[in-house]
Design a binder for this molecule. Structure first.
Ligand code: APR
Ligand code: ZN
Length: 253
């Protein structure tokens, strides 16, 4: 791993336009469970039952109770970890331009990243199904399920459910970011949910280097990605960021 950490840091410093694609794995060290694999949410729930737009529309109360209110506890208390902070530091250094995240936890913004594309939307805002008005989740009374707008309509979270398409603007911006970067860091995603998993492929096809940080290999490993830094995101990113700092300091000497 140490060798790959060094290589990744060298790639980052010598690139002109770095973009990151992140998934649930980056927030695991913040106490938020992933979807797939051991301890994942989809071990407990059937995604088509709790995360499909049709299920939500058929029975919003059930979906709110089952999935979203369970996640809320984790989301309101979760803090960014070393991986989020490392990406924020890379943006601060002018190296990282954009984070495309599949996560709805808002931890990248909390860590300080300014350019974050929330590919699957966000849990930070709710939208009324009847009148369309938006409200910040923290401002809404979640003690009664389903939560309701002043007009009486039911609120939905502004995240992208299965069965829904990615908002055009987010998809467009992500495709542009993927096709213009020269290095894409793919952190903590199983890379199986489309179209998010296609962004590294676009990057690669456009000539970029793709590096993964993940304890496990993914379908991208060895085909789309050049390198897999095999380990936890927080631990790896802390080391990578330190190494980036060391290389920059050395250059300035
Ligand atoms: N650090 C880095 N990666 C980790 C860590 C960690 N500490 N722990 C687990 N992982 C990796 C797993 O090996 C796996 O590859 O994170 C990945 C998590 O995969 P998923 O749970 O499938 O999460 P994600 O890729 O974000 O899922 C995509 O699926 O259901 C949906 O909408 C949901 O946005 C989500 C999408
Ligand atoms: Zn309303």
């Amino acid at each position: 791993m140490e060798d790959f950490i060094k290589k990744t840091a060298e790639y980052i410093v010598s690139s002109k336009h770095v973009v990151a694609l992140t998934g649930a794995g980056i927030s695991v060290e913040s106490g938020i469970p992933p979807f797939r694999g051991k301890g994942g949410l989809w071990e407990k729930f059937d995604p088509m039952e709790v995360a499909h737009i049709d299920s939500f529309m058929n029975n919003p109360e059930k979906v709110w109770r089952l999935l979203i209110s369970e996640m809320k506890e984790l989301l309101v208390s979760a803090k960014p970890n070393a991986a989020h902070l490392g990406l924020a530091r890379l943006e601060e250094l002018g190296l990282l331009k954009t984070v495309i995240t599949q996560n709805i936890d808002g931890l990248h913004q909390m860590a300080g990243n300014k350019d974050v594309i929330e590919f699957h939307g966000s849990f930070a805002w709710l939208r009324c199904l009847d009148c369309g008005s938006r409200e910040q989740t923290v401002e809404v009374d979640l003690s009664h399920m389903p939560p309701r707008c002043d007009c009486g309509g039911i609120y939905r979270p502004e995240c992208v459910f299965f069965g829904e398409t990615i908002p055009m603007q987010d998809l467009d911006r992500s495709q542009i970011a993927a096709s213009t970067c020269d290095l894409m860091l793919v952190v903590g995603t199983s890379a199986i949910v489309q179209p998010a998993a296609f962004m590294p492929v676009i990057a690669k096809q456009s000539g970029a280097t793709v590096i993964e940080i993940n304890p496990e290999p993914t379908p991208l490993t060895g085909t789309t990605s050049t390198l897999l830094v095999q380990g936890k995101a927080g631990k790896a990113m802390r080391k990578i960021t330190a190494e980036v700092g060391r290389i920059i300091a050395e250059k300035q000497r």
